[in-house]
Design a protein around this ligand. Structure first.
Ligand SMILES: [Zn+2]
Ligand SMILES: [Zn+2]
Length: 140
């Protein structure tokens, strides 16, 4: 399989996902279809595509780097428990950005990375289940 086809496969896989996978997660999925692909190849291609703006790199201190096939402006919400990363409503984007740019214009800010934090539905439900279990036990 040639390099262009590999890159195309990586890009397609990333674009078909809305989970903002890490290079490792993408590799795990791609390996099933392309057993000859290596993690290094996946990582290198993602980095190169991010450099030319074909994909977006999401870097947050202390977290594994994630990748986004959607390059249009949008912000993210991260679950602090399971680290799931979701897209924030796009309506937020223009509004927040306009205000941030207005405040920051004295510093000639040309880009910034904004991330919201909130428990995902899955983690919230798990916590509620836990609480229900505990209160049941207390009743006994
Ligand atoms: Zn979660
Ligand atoms: Zn995104």
């Amino acid at each position: 399989m040639n390099k262009t086809a590999q890159r195309e496969a990586i890009l397609q896989e990333l674009r078909s996902s809305d989970s903002h996978p890490t290079a490792n997660e993408l590799y795990t999925v791609l390996r099933i279809k392309l057993p000859s692909i290596s993690l290094g190849t996946v990582y290198r291609n993602l980095e190169q595509m991010a450099q030319v703006g074909m994909v977006r790199e999401i870097e947050t201190a202390g977290k594994q780097k994630r990748f986004d096939g959607v390059v249009d402006g949008h912000h993210h919400i991260r679950c602090p428990i399971c680290d799931a990363l979701k897209d924030a409503p796009s309506a937020l984007f223009g509004k927040i950005d306009r205000e941030v740019y207005e405040i920051m214009c004295a510093m000639e800010c040309d880009s910034f990375n904004l991330e919201f934090s909130g428990q995902c539905r899955k983690c919230k439900n798990t916590k509620e289940e836990d609480r229900k279990c505990k209160s049941k036990k207390e009743n006994f």
